[in-house]
Design a protein around this ligand. Structure first.
Ligand SMILES: Cc1ncc(COP(=O)(O)O)c(C=O)c1O
Length: 381
């Protein structure tokens, strides 16, 4: 199974050997019969340890990212937490981007800092600065998010990984925005990939989930222990919905990317717009790196407005098709105001976002309908 779409459709989804059902059943059972104590019939014992539907999803996730193993969780935050708990110890240091999902920063500031784990937000565009920082303050993990949430900054994963590895750090990439359909962090030097599968992998705004994918079994065993011991696992039904979403990931990402590019180009010169942050635009600071490490530019963009915070908030109420709601990655287009919604937890920190910024998750509706709707909303300001 070499083609991406073949893997997305077939990995983990073999027809049921007992009945021939092409779509394998959802295994709701929490426990599994044994013939003799400790002799498992098919490797399954108790659903927190493993469940066939979760295993199917994990096999698909590992195949899509080209990893050795994958572990799926009840949310993106649960997944990332399991990884960090597996590898961090008091006194450890983590380097992350200046622009990242607010919830991740909050987890470090509120949960890990009191355990004696420090973090330094950095500008990954400054490679010499990163080299100097890691030389003076070694880090256990360098955490990259590219494109980042919400400013759409692009990080050169290969360049950062080379420096991080030279200083003995593990490289984690949050691949939520790009997805493995557009970007393969393991091929660029990452050691571990995390996802909020709530977004594009699920793809329909109807299932919360997260995943950790590793490229070594040693790391995998550590993450598996956290999954099994702490238990923030995907439910069988959530695992099934995510697996179902993954089958159409390739075609959805093509359409998300096409619509987003058309939308970015259509509003970039609008008088109400200050800057459009979309890596597909040649004017985007990370365009060249994105063109090198992504096969298309994805469905996420942000826009700053000349009218400031008031214009930004107003714009989110003036669209008819774009729904005012947090989150992203579903088939429907969403619009939100990060400073007061998804990124309130980073206000006053180095990760704070501009108040005139609006984030847009471009869906897969008809392109011209999206362009018309956003244009009329901008015209109305
Ligand atoms: C880039 C990124 N990573 C992680 C998360 C956390 O995922 P979840 O909401 O599934 O816990 C999010 C959520 O928005 C995100 O955007």
């Amino acid at each position: 199974m070499t083609g991406f779409d073949t893997r997305a459709i077939r990995a983990g989804s073999e027809p049921d050997p007992l009945t021939g059902a092409v779509v394998p059943p959802i295994h709701l059972t929490t426990t599994f019969r044994q013939d003799f104590p400790g002799e498992l019939l098919a490797g399954f014992e108790y659903a927190r340890c493993a469940n066939p539907t979760r295993t199917a999803l994990q096999d698909a996730l590992a195949a899509l990212e080209g990893g050795v193993a994958a572990y799926s969780f009840a949310s993106g935050m649960a997944a990332e937490d399991a990884f960090f708990r597996a590898v961090l110890r008091p006194g450890d240091h983590v380097v992350m981007g200046l622009d990242a999902y607010g919830g991740t920063y909050r987890m470090f500031a509120s949960v890990y800092a009191p355990m004696g784990i420090t973090n330094t937000p950095v500008d990954f565009g400054d490679l010499a600065g990163l080299d100097a920082l890691l030389g003076s303050t070694p880090a256990r993990v360098v955490r990259i998010e590219t494109p980042s949430n919400p400013i759409m900054s692009i990080v050169d994963v290969a360049a950062v990984a080379q420096i991080a590895h030279r200083h003995g750090a593990l490289v984690l990439v949050d691949n939520t925005f790009a997805t493995p359909a557009l970007q393969r962090p393991f091929e660029l030097g990452a050691d571990v990939i995390v996802h909020s599968t709530t977004k594009y992998l699920g793809g329909h705004s109807d299932v919360l989930g997260g995943a950790v994918i590793v490229n070594s079994q040693e790391l995998g065993d550590q993450v598996y222990n956290m999954q099994n011991w702490l238990g923030a696992v995907s439910s069988p039904f959530d695992a099934y919905l995510t697996l179902r979403g993954i089958k159409t990931l390739g075609v959805r990402m093509e359409r998300h990317s096409r619509n987003a590019m058309a939308l970015a180009q259509s509003i970039v010169a609008h008088p109400a717009v200050e800057t459009v942050y979309y890596p597909g635009l040649e004017t985007h600071a990370g365009h060249d790196v994105a063109a090198r490490q992504m096969s298309a530019f994805g469905g996420m963009m942000s826009v700053t407005l000349r009218g400031g915070q008031d214009a930004a908030r107003l714009l989110t109420t003036r669209t008819e098709l774009f729904i005012l709601a947090p989150s992203l990655g579903g088939v429907e287009s969403l619009i939100e105001w990060p400073a007061g919604m998804t990124h309130t937890s980073v206000e006053g920190t180095p990760l704070a976002v501009p108040h005139n910024l609006v984030r847009i998750a471009v869906g897969i509706e008809t392109e011209s309908d999206l362009v018309d709707d956003l244009t009329q909303a901008l015209d109305s300001l």
